[in-house]
Each structure stands twice: as structure tokens, then as C-alpha cells.
Write a protein that binds this ligand. Structure first.
Ligand code: BG6
Length: 462
């Protein structure tokens, strides 16, 4: 074996409630922004597949947990759906949701799979979006109440909590680049949303600590290491650093250091785009930082100084400060259109070691979405996804190197366990260790990568 990982390493995958559970009649779930957006315009979603369907984990979780075991999971992350627990986002609780999540969590633990629970995975309850979503401080309070309820209901058994998954994504998708509802383009509003997400996270952490539960709480951030086109060109370096401030440090700094990056604050101040905040809120953010960082890594960001005069909007946008650069040597995942750069995962970890106090962390998502995987099925009906195994090996080799060099990495979770519904892309790109046949009653079949992953987990290396 070439790469052995530390004792007790977390092997598993991440999923989310809205992407896997589905809805069934009388389950008591309320609408969230995805239910609403799909109803408003199904054509926005790949093949017009909406969030009701997904992989029906709500009714299949018991057999799915057996498949997690069969693919080597000793831990897994999912998210509670806010609109399942509180159909209106606040007010009355849905007892069927409490029963479902209790049973799901118990079943995982009974099968020696540690549940990691995330509280927000892009799924704003519709009733709260109608009063402004993350733009409204009332929604921050509703979130804190929802978080507290989850800690009280499930915190006796769940020992790893996360306040958000990729909080920059609702900012980008909902308020800059139109791939999440409400799909507006307005950087001032985007800044308020981002600020309130950080505030909500800190307030939830405070509530968690006040409850004195025995566990850890963190956040999951998608990090996109920003590489300048030319490291010797100060203008490229400055542009890459600003991209890093917008998309990485905007959440890394408040989550771990309790403060916002100075360069970003001064840029927003110049635009008169600072959010509505109070000194008391800043103190809450300062005092309530995370225990554990989840890092989602998919692709790097390659940046050059602004050269084009093209602007995405007549109002300010992050893209006014840099241009994206196409590295001629890049290796692509042609299906998703993302660069595959394995060393990026190492660079993220080294950055956390050197600039963020080597806080305990883990890879909470990493994976490869491929369209049309059915063509790789062998005679027994198993998808032979050797490309995914190569992808995993390439990234795990760099995770191993980072650990050897002192990074405090506790585990590796792949995106994802079973093929699932991915927002506007629906089921276009498949990421799972297990396939889901949408034309055949959602039949699950372990892929070659699933068997490979089991072996890696059993041997704690490869
Ligand atoms: C991650 C998200 O960023 O990417 C997941 O946390 C998402 O929710 C995954 O499904 C893959 O996204 P996409 O856009 O390739 O379908």
C-alpha cells in the first residue's frame, strides 16, 4: 500500500436533504425556493426534472444505509431540510419530520456510520424568502431558532454539526449570476445576504455552545484556490487576491478568525456597499468561530488582471476586478466543464495550515460529475467508472501529502453517495458511488468506484 491514512480517518460521502429525500403525499413538508421555482418555470431545470422526485431517500433510507455500508462509509453528511422541519420556516414543527430524522440518524448510528448534520444547503423555506430570505434579519432569527430546535432534538446523538454548506453559493446563484432563486443581479443585496449568512452561522454556534452539548460545530466552505496567470505580474497577483477575497476569504475569515477581510471591506466601503450591520453583531461573529472546517474542493480559479471592457452588469460586480484566465495546460472534465487540478486540494489544505491556525478540517466534498454514464455499464449492469477512481486517487494522493506535511485533515467525503438531483442541473451529471436508474424505479446499483472506495476505507489507504 502506498498511501496509508491516519487511524480513525473519516471515509464517506456527502449528500443533502433537498437533493435526495424527495416529497411524498402528506409528509408535511413545506415549500422551499426550489419547489417554488420549479413550479414557476420547469424549463429552467435539466430535462425538466424537479425537486419533488430526487432519489426518494425519504422512503428508501434503510436500504440506502446498507448501500453506504457496502461502499465503505464510516461517516456521512446530509442536511436537514428546514422546510421539512418547519413548513413555514418558523412556527409549527412538522412531527413527521422529527420522526423521519430521528429514525434516519438512529439507523445510521446502528450501522456504525457517524451522521454529520448540516443545517442549510441552499434550501430557503418559501415563506421566509417571501419576506426577503437572507436579506432580512428576521430570517436570521428564524434560522437560529431552527438551528436550536435541531440541536435540542438530535444533538444527543449527532456530534458533528455544520451551519451552512457553501454559503457563497446562494450569494452567487441568487444575487449575482442567476442560478438560484430569486435570480437577481445586485451586488449590494449579495453583500447583505453574505453578511447575514455569517451572522446566522455565528449565532447558531453561540446557541450550540450555550446548550453545552458534547460535540463539534463547523461550516462547510467550497474553496477555489485562485492562481494568477503570471505570479511575477503584480496586476495578475492583485486580481487573483481580490477574487480570493470575494469567493474564499469572505467566509473563511469570519468563520475561523471572526473578522472580515480588510481588502474586501475597503473595496465594499468605496462602493458604498457595506451591509447593514451593528457593532453588537460584529462582536457575536468575533466570539463565535468554528471548531471544524469542511472543505469542498472541485476546481481552481485562474485569474488575470482585468483586460476586457465587457461588464456583466451596469452596476458593480465582483468580475469588474478580474478576468478569468484559461490556462493552456488545463485538464478538463468535459461533462461539467470544470478544470481538474488535483494539486488544488493540497494548496487549500496548506493555506488552512499556514493562514488559519491549522484548524481541524476534512475534505467534505470532492467529486466528478459525468453525463451519460449508462454507456459505461458492463454486461452485469455495473457502471465501470475508472475515470472516477483515477480522479479519487489523484486527489487522495495530494490529501495524503498534505497530511504528511502537517495538515490537520480528519477525513475525506466524496460528493456523492448515490446519483442525486443537483439544482438546475437536475440529474444531468452523475457523481455517485452508486447509480440511480430513473427509468427503472430508481434502482440503485453500486458502481466500480463504490467497490474501490470500500476497499480503500477497509484498508485505510490505497
Ligand atoms: C456542490 C454542492 O457545490 O456541487 C452540491 O454542494 C452540488 O449541492 C454539487 O450538487 C455538484 O453540482 P453540479 O452543479 O455539478 O450539479
Amino acid at each position: 500500500m502506498n498511501y496509508r491514512f491516519p487511524e480513525g480517518f473519516w471515509w464517506g460521502s456527502a449528500i443533502s436533504g433537498p437533493q435526495t429525500e424527495g416529497r411524498i403525499k402528506d409528509d408535511g413538508k413545506g415549500d422551499n425556493i426550489w419547489d417554488h421555482w420549479y413550479r414557476e418555470d420547469p424549463s429552467l431545470f435539466f430535462d425538466q426534472v424537479g425537486p419533488e422526485e430526487t432519489s426518494a431517500v425519504y422512503s428508501h433510507y434503510k436500504e440506502d444505509i446498507q448501500l453506504m455500508k457496502a461502499t465503505g462509509h464510516n461517516s456521512m453528511r446530509t442536511s436537514i431540510q428546514w422546510s421539512r422541519l418547519f413548513p413555514e420556516g418558523r412556527g409549527d414543527i412538522n412531527p413527521k419530520a422529527v420522526a423521519f430524522y430521528n429514525d434516519y440518524i438512529d439507523e445510521l448510528i446502528a450501522n456504525d456510520i457517524e451522521p454529520f448534520i448540516n443545517l442549510y444547503h441552499f434550501d430557503m423555506p418559501l415563506a421566509l424568502q417571501e419576506i426577503g430570505g437572507w436579506e432580512n434579519k428576521e430570517v436570521v432569527e428564524a434560522y437560529v431558532n431552527y438551528a436550536k430546535t435541531c440541536f435540542e432534538l438530535f444533538g444527543d446523538r449527532v456530534k458533528k454539526w455544520f451551519t451552512h454548506n457553501e454559503p457563497i453559493v446562494p450569494v452567487e446563484g441568487g444575487y449575482l449570476y442567476k442560478f438560484h432563486y430569486p435570480a437577481v443581479v445586485d451586488m449590494k443585496r449579495a453583500v447583505q445576504v453574505a453578511y447575514h449568512e455569517s451572522l446566522a452561522s455565528a449565532k447558531a454556534i453561540k446557541v450550540y455552545r450555550d446548550l453545552n452539548l458534547d460535540g463539534e460545530i463547523g461550516i462547510i466552505l467550497n474553496l477555489t484556490p485562485s492562481y494568477p496567470r503570471d505570479a511575477n505580474n503584480p496586476e495578475d497577483v492583485k486580481a487573483a487576491s481580490l477574487a480570493d477575497a470575494f469567493f474564499n476569504r469572505s467566509f473563511l475569515d469570519p468563520a475561523i478568525r471572526g473578522i472580515f477581510p480588510e481588502d474586501l471591506v475597503s473595496l465594499l466601503k468605496d462602493l458604498d456597499y457595506l451591509p447593514d450591520y451593528t457593532a453588537e453583531e460584529l462582536a457575536i461573529i468575533k466570539e463565535n468561530t468554528i471548531d471544524l472546517l469542511g472543505i469542498n474542493y472541485y476546481q481552481p480559479r485562474r485569474i488575470k488582471q482585468k483586460e476586457s471592457s465587457e461588464r456583466l452588469s451596469d452596476k458593480p460586480m465582483p468580475d469588474d476586478y478580474f478576468d478569468n484566465y484559461i490556462w493552456p495546460d488545463r485538464k478538463m472534465n468535459p461533462y461539467r466543464g470544470w478544470e481538474i487540478y488535483e494539486k488544488g486540494i493540497y494548496d487549500c489544505l496548506i493555506n488552512v495550515r499556514d493562514h488559519y491556525g491549522n484548524i481541524p478540517c476534512f475534505i467534505s466534498e470532492n467529486g466528478m460529475g459525468v453525463e451519460g454514464e449508462a454507456k459505461f455499464k458492463n454486461a452485469d449492469g455495473m457502471i465501470e467508472d475508472d475515470y472516477r477512481i483515477d480522479f479519487l486517487k489523484g486527489h487522495l494522493t495530494y490529501v495524503h501529502q498534505a497530511i504528511e506535511e502537517g495538515c490537520n485533515v480528519k477525513g475525506y467525503h466524496l460528493w456523492t453517495c448515490m446519483d442525486n438531483w443537483s439544482w438546475m442541473n437536475a440529474y444531468k451529471n452523475r457523481y455517485g458511488l452508486i447509480s440511480v436508474d430513473l427509468d427503472n424505479d430508481k434502482k440503485r446499483t453500486i458502481k466500480k468506484s463504490g467497490y474501490w472506495f470500500k476497499e480503500v476505507s477497509d484498508r485505510n489507504g490505497f
